[in-house]
Design a protein around this ligand. Structure first.
Ligand code: B3K
Ligand code: ZN
Length: 891
């Protein structure tokens, strides 16, 4: 908790550190009521210090430290008296007397009372750590900044009975027992790393073990540590880890470097996982998966997060960030790497569709809100607030655009140069770009505006065809809305991949005016000006453009397609992503029409062409079932909110539900056939976590959700059969969700209670049970959520529970959250105020839906702002919550 107004920290103020730490030697004495931390830091004056003082001078040494009780302090083996150092609640300052020196400190900390889950804390009886970004300063006095890189040796001692497993980064080098029932272990990490990559674990854990032989024939031991009851849920993560290690060798030429790689699953964790060197610590939701308890989505998330954290070993650990403004250097790049990995493991098109739908719904909303910031922010109060969709997902899109511009081979040359040149260094986004430029002989100066300008660019495209000249002109106009602190934007470099199609859906050769010949059937145009035109020649008929294929840039593109043209693209576009996109645009147009009708009090009439388009899809036996499922999913309410000028949540819901009902009624037979076939196949096969099985189940489940709208007895029977007999969580949970949203009260109540009874001992499954109910938009949602908060399986101390119940309500249940009486807003503000004291990072994240007030009509705006004001006035706020609330209240 802060004691003074948090200050803004600016990128432009960056200075290299005055001192460096070459070696860090830590000893942890873990006890039930306290932990003692002894740190020996081998330090020296930084020859490259930029503080303005000559390298020979010795400025004071300011170590970071928070919530530490200093027990002793020595400089070069001499104990310092209290007059020889200054202590504040954030720093320890002392005066070195030589350029090379050693600091020894001992502090007392209290992991048992650490509910913020940052630094060293306890989760279900085990000790664990989370240090990124600035948690290490809650463990010992240190230079807690990523450009200070040190080797570490770590000794842990703890009671052997309760903590048989003692882990830290690197390789184990010694261990032993003592007479008093305690034991100890020493770990050595030879790779220099910043303190944010430090980790320690002590607990009663079991492990699944395997090994991986690297491309240079080194054997690496792989271990996944979990609480004993979860030992049967590790195989999928282990398989994912081995696939990731192989993929990074094949695709990036990157080999693992230590003799051992460990993953530990913990129940209480603020994020998904953490890439600590050699000792990744994971939210158990991102490790544990088996058919009976985890859905297909959970299996895919485990695979993706295991890969993501593993890939950080190079993009993040071997080459790290100079300062936290550069966070996207490691996060955007690593998200791009894990997305490509997942695309290679499963369906590339489906992965792209899912990622784009997520980006457009959530990152675009962030870009349009009060917390909008560039991929490389230039100022922050609390860095924890900047682990955002913009830094991660948009950052990944920026890396993807570079690859689109330089091609796969050029990208590999650039990444090789980047890793080789900067191995062991803490660098900047500019260093990454420079490697890409030099490896490819190109200039990315203008492209770099993607790092410095916030907001989602718009690209308006218009066409004209000259039949006499056989030429076709596309006119592009780009713009970008103002964002906080950035009124005007300069033009971006926007790669637009496109093709032109003839009336039969064939791609036409692409020849620009001035070119001697056509250059392929699909190509990338670079839009670099505010307005720019491209003229294609040798076209004997007016083509239909397929624009922004594969979503080649994170922008909002608009082109005046007619509904018939969209239906044509849905069927004939060779780019799978754009087929889906055409369906989305068609649905959006039709839903917006319904929204208008609802707002005008007219009766709703759905354009029947949507039904025909969906009928064609359902009848297409050749089309990938996952694609059919994706295309049958109407744009979500959150996306429709995002693209509305003023979002009318009631009309959006009514329109979307009306369209779903119409589709369900008209297409019942086809849906029923698809459902029955797929359910039969599911019954007759074992669970497999692979693309075609994901596809089958996802089409089956979306079909079921439409079919239930019919309220027919045979569908209810089928749904109950699936709920009761499914051998996997994907089918069981989908059936439960459909029941929960249905009017069959008795069946719903019975299903909810049998599910809870069966899975009461599995917290991750109970999270699903909470979420399904929190997201149900039937009347009375808030009361249900409040009641569920009293359920024995719920606790505000566990971030997964908060996300599953309160987060799902506020983010997914737009009807419940935006109740006209403001009760949803009041409820969320109450939770934020409580959590501010317990876990500031989670409190600040939970608050996001309230910051989006500008999207709504004035009555709701006023209610939402009043709740933000109430939070602001509620007492002493953490810097996390203070930053989000205060920025959200700026008009
Ligand atoms: N690097 C961590 C993020 C931890 C942030 C904590 N405030 C997870 C990841 O992106 O891999
Ligand atoms: Zn990451």
């Amino acid at each position: 908790m802060r004691t003074e107004q948090p200050k803004m920290i600016y990128l432009k103020d960056y200075q290299a550190p005055d001192y460096l730490i070459d070696e860090t030697h830590l000893t942890f004495e873990l006890f039930e009521d306290q932990t003692l931390v002894h740190a020996q830091l081998v330090m020296r004056r930084n020859p490259a210090a930029s503080s303005g003082l000559s390298p020979a001078s010795l400025p004071p040494l300011m170590l970071d430290g928070q919530e530490l009780e200093l027990l002793s302090l020595a400089l070069d083996d001499r104990e310092l008296s209290t007059g020889e150092y200054q202590l504040t609640d954030s720093h320890l300052t002392l005066q070195p007397s030589a350029a090379n020196f050693v600091i020894d400190s001992s502090v007392r900390i209290n992991p048992q009372s650490n509910t913020a889950l940052e630094g060293l804390y306890k989760s279900s009886g085990m000790f664990c750590t989370q240090c990124e970004a600035e948690g290490f300063r809650k463990i010992t006095y240190y230079l807690d900044r990523p450009d200070v890189m040190s080797t570490f040796t770590t000794t842990l001692s703890a009671p052997q009975h309760d903590y048989p497993i003692l882990l830290s980064n690197g390789n184990p080098i010694a261990s032993g027992s003592e007479d008093d029932g305690r034991h100890w272990a020493t770990w050595e990490d030879p790779f220099k790393k910043p303190a944010y990559l430090f980790a320690l674990v002590a607990g009663d854990l079991w492990c699944v073990e395997d090994s991986f032989t690297t491309m240079n024939n080194r054997d690496v031991a792989l271990r996944i540590y979990v609480e004993p009851e979860n030992i049967d849920k590790c195989q999928h993560a282990m398989d994912s880890l081995k696939k990731s290690m192989k993929w990074d060798e094949d695709v990036y030429g990157r080999e693992y470097d230590l003799d051992i790689f460990m993953i530990v699953a913990v129940n209480d964790f603020n994020m998904g996982a953490m890439e600590n060197k050699g000792l990744n610590i994971f939210n158990s939701s991102c490790v544990l998966a088996k058919a009976e308890t985890a859905t297909d989505a959970a299996h895919q998330r485990v695979e993706a997060v295991v890969a993501h954290e593993y890939f950080h070993n190079w993009s993040g650990n071997r080459v790290t960030c100079r300062d936290w403004f550069q966070l996207s250097l490691k996060e955007g790049f690593t998200v791009f790497r894990d997305a490509e990995f997942s695309a290679d493991m499963h369906s590339r098109t489906v992965k792209r569709i899912e990622d784009v739908a997520y980006l457009r719904t959530h990152q675009f909303a962030e870009d349009a809100g009060p917390m909008a910031h560039p991929v490389r922010p230039d100022a922050f109060m609390e860095i924890s607030n900047f682990y955002t969709l913009t830094v991660y997902e948009k950052g990944s899109e920026v890396v993807r655009m570079i690859r689109t511009l330089v091609g796969a081979e050029g990208f590999r040359k650039g990444s090789d140069l980047y890793f080789d040149r900067h191995d062991g260094q803490a660098v900047t986004c500019d260093d990454f770009i420079r490697a890409m430029e030099e490896a490819n002989g190109i200039d990315l100066t203008q492209f770099k505006r993607w790092y410095s300008q916030a907001g989602t660019p718009r690209l308006d495209v218009s066409e004209s065809y000259d039949a006499a000249a056989n030429s076709y002109r596309l006119q592009f106009r780009q713009s970008c809305p103002a964002t906080p602190g950035q009124a005007q934007k300069l033009p971006f470099v926007i790669p637009v991949e496109l093709a032109l199609m003839d009336g039969q859906g064939r791609e036409l050769p692409l020849q620009l005016v001035g070119e001697d010949a056509a250059v392929g059937l699909s190509r990338v145009l670079q839009i670099t000006e505010a307005e720019q035109a491209f003229t294609f020649v040798n076209l004997t008929e007016q083509p239909l453009p397929s624009l922004l294929r594969g979503f080649s840039a994170p922008i909002k593109l608009s082109f005046p397609y007619s509904r018939d043209q969209l239906m044509f693209l849905m069927q004939y576009d060779n780019d799978g992503f754009n087929r889906w996109e055409a369906g989305q645009q068609l649905s959006v147009q039709m839903l917006q029409e319904l929204i208008g009708q609802h707002q005008r009090g007219e009766s709703l009439v759905l354009d029947q062409r949507l039904i025909e388009a969906f009928r064609t899809l359902l009848a297409d036996d050749a089309l990938d079932q996952a694609m059919i499922a994706e295309m049958l999913s109407l744009p979500g309410e959150a996306y429709l909110t995002q693209i509305s000028e003023v979002a009318d949540v009631v009309a959006i819901h009514a329109a979307r539900e009306f369209a779903r009902q119409q589709l369900a009624d008209a297409l019942f037979d086809l849906l029923w056939q698809r459902y029955q076939n797929n359910r039969k196949d599911s019954r007759n096969s074992d669970y497999v976590a692979q693309a075609e099985h994901f596809a089958r189940r996802s089409l089956q489940n979306i079909a079921l959700s439409y079919l239930m709208l019919s309220e027919k007895a045979e569908v209810l029977t089928a749904c109950l059969e699936q709920f009761e007999n499914a051998d996997n969580m994907t089918e069981r949970l989908a059936a439960l969700a459909v029941l929960v949203n249905s009017p069959f009260e008795a069946e719903k109540a019975a299903a909810l209670s049998s599910f809870a009874e069966n899975f009461k001992d599995n917290p991750l499954v109970m999270d699903q049970w909470f979420s399904v109910q929190a997201a149900c938009s039937l009347p009375g949602a808030l009361q249900r959520v409040e009641q569920l908060m009293q359920h024995p399986a719920f606790t505000l101390k566990n971030p997964n529970k908060i996300r599953a119940l309160i987060g799902a309500f506020a983010e997914q249940n737009l009807q419940g959250f935006h109740q006209a009486d403001g009760s949803g807003y009041r409820f969320l503000a109450d939770q934020v105020i409580t959590l501010n004291a317990l876990n500031p990072q989670i409190a600040a994240r939970l608050l996001a839906p309230l910051t989006r007030w500008a999207k709504y009509a004035s009555a709701r705006q006023a209610q939402m702002k009043a709740e933000l004001q109430r939070i602001l006035a509620s007492g002493e706020l953490s810097s996390d919550v203070y930053e989000v609330v205060s920025k959200s209240l700026v008009d």
